[in-house]
Design a protein around this ligand. Structure first.
Ligand code: AMP
Length: 484
């Protein structure tokens, strides 16, 4: 099949030809004719299937008639994250090269004034994250009553992020007669309910189950002990990887993204970071630096990385095993794209075995161990107990190894904390959470809780980690560095 058979306009066909695509992907072939005919669509497809063009191309064709009015966008695309929204905007720029359309982006972390002026000019296409969109609508700066086409993309991710009530509100603000194009990689019950409420007699198109992993990806499990030694395992994997061009490294928690990022930089790696707590400018800067090859490692959380289309990623490392099996499929799908080969290695500790079992069940295959199983690691530790002890031990304060100093420095740098007067009955030197309750002293497992204090204005001397003098420093030092 060719694009010419789908009913797209001449301008759109020319833009598609300029991108070099020779034939439509299955979701494009199935969805585009129905979308052009004005039907609602329920597309069960993950990123990487070409679903963005499946809704962008027919929208462009349909937008050729009519024009936008101030404050009343003609079409609306909802995306769960700012990066995905920005990516869809790029698609409009590429596929809409022959159109003079006004495309506005409404996402958090960007100035209101700039976004408002675009909407005031009249947007043909509004691409938004749900929170910022409702903000605008509730302030009366935006009317959704002129929407002809509504796209809800990555609906299951919206569910994970708690956006479903916002989506329901938005669906009630747009005209009943609009066309809805709805995409989700999976169909949990909440999403099915949403589609039953807001889609009118949709065409259901299912292209690839979220449980399938591309055959172009070589997958492997790597046994490791937990704690700082896990970072050494990762460094070893990066150093030993043959044909590593660049890599995305996933952590389960955003705080760990920041810690690992600092640690890698400290060890001389060229690394950027991407997590949901970073402001929009910092996120875009990191992503652009990675895409441009200015840094070749990107440490990410799931939320920030989901659906990102970076065409040429050679390696994915799961620093943490994802606790939701489907996240594994999405993570490793960042490599091996568009027929290229890729490598995905997952670092596994004993505590992770149950999650590995769930992943293997979902993808219906066993993943090979690289360099020995967890049992082999146990046997090695049993044979060399002193080495194992050094790797695992959480050292006393006076013998804190470099890795922990890094952890402290990284966490301190991210969230500056400040001292304040001790209240009666309160233990001294305990950090204080936003709730005002003292928190236990820092550990690797503490949660991301904002700290009340001097904000960004903490004097540097208060941020410096406390070092206690050790009586015999040199031999310990070299040992600690080894374990960092
Ligand atoms: P998506 O699933 O929309 O994130 O698209 C994944 C990747 O496939 C993007 O890099 C697109 O540029 C690319 N792509 C989309 N449609 C086609 C096509 N018909 N032929 C080749 N590549 C495509």
């Amino acid at each position: 099949m060719t694009f010419n058979e789908l009913g797209l306009s001449e301008k759109v066909l020319q833009a598609v030809a300029a991108t070099g695509y020779t034939s439509p992907t299955p979701i494009q072939a199935e969805a585009i004719p129905h979308a052009l005919a004005g039907r609602d669509i329920l597309g069960i497809a993950q990123t990487g299937t070409g679903k963005t063009a499946a809704f962008t191309l027919p929208m462009l064709s349909r937008l050729e008639q009519g024009r936008a009015r101030a404050r009343m966008p003609r079409t609306l695309i909802l995306e769960p994250t700012r990066e995905l929204a920005a990516q869809v905007e790029e698609s409009f720029a590429r596929y809409g090269a022959n159109h003079k359309l006004n495309v506005a982006l409404l996402i958090g972390g960007v100035s209101f004034a700039e976004q408002e002026s675009k909407i005031m000019r009249g947007a043909d296409v509004l691409i938004a994250t749900p929170g910022r969109l409702l903000d605008f609508a509730e302030r009366g700066k935006l009317l959704l009553t002129g929407i002809d086409i509504l796209v809800i993309d990555e609906a299951d991710r919206m569910l994970d992020m708690g956006f479903i009530p916002d989506i329901e509100k938005i669906c009630k603000l747009v005209p009943f007669t609009r066309q809805t194009l709805f995409f989700s990689a999976t169909m949990p019950p909440e999403i099915t309910r949403l589609t039953e409420t807001f889609l009118h007699n949709p065409v259901r198109i299912e292209v690839a189950r979220a449980s399938s992993t591309a055959s172009t990806i070589t997958q492997g499990l790597v046994a490791s002990v937990p704690g700082p030694a896990k970072r050494e395992t990762l460094r070893r994997l990066i150093r030993e990887a043959t044909s590593l061009k660049n890599a995305i490294i996933f952590c389960n928690r955003k705080r760990d993204v920041a810690i690992l990022h600092k640690s890698l930089q400290k060890h001389g790696f060229s690394a950027g970071a991407l997590h949901g707590d970073m402001d929009q400018r910092a996120r875009m800067t990191s992503l652009d630096a990675f895409k441009a090859g200015d840094v070749n490692l990107l440490v990410c959380s799931d939320v920030a990385a989901r659906g990102l289309d970076i065409p040429d990623v050679s390696h994915v490392f799961n620093f943490d095993v994802p606790t939701h099996a489907e996240d594994y499929v999405h993570r490793i799908g960042r490599t091996g794209r568009a027929g290229r080969s890729g490598v995905a290695l997952t670092i596994v500790t004993h505590a992770d075995q149950k999650y590995v079992d769930e992943i293997e069940k979902l993808i219906a295959r066993k993943i090979d161990w690289v360099g020995g199983t967890l049992a082999d690691l146990d046997a090695e530790e049993a044979a060399h107990p002193s080495l194992a002890e050094t790797k695992r031990a959480r050292p006393s304060r006076s013998k804190r190894p470099q890795a922990e100093e890094e952890t402290r420095a990284a966490t301190t740098a991210e969230r500056p904390r400040s001292p304040r007067a001790r209240r009666p009955g309160e233990e001294s030197r305990k950090p204080v959470a936003a709730s005002g309750r003292p928190r236990p002293s820092r550990s690797y497992d503490e949660d991301d809780v904002p700290v009340v204090g001097l904000g960004d204005h903490v004097p540097m001397f208060l941020l410096r980690p406390v070092r206690l003098k050790s009586s015999k420093s040199s031999p310990e030092k070299s040992e600690s560095t080894e374990n960092a």
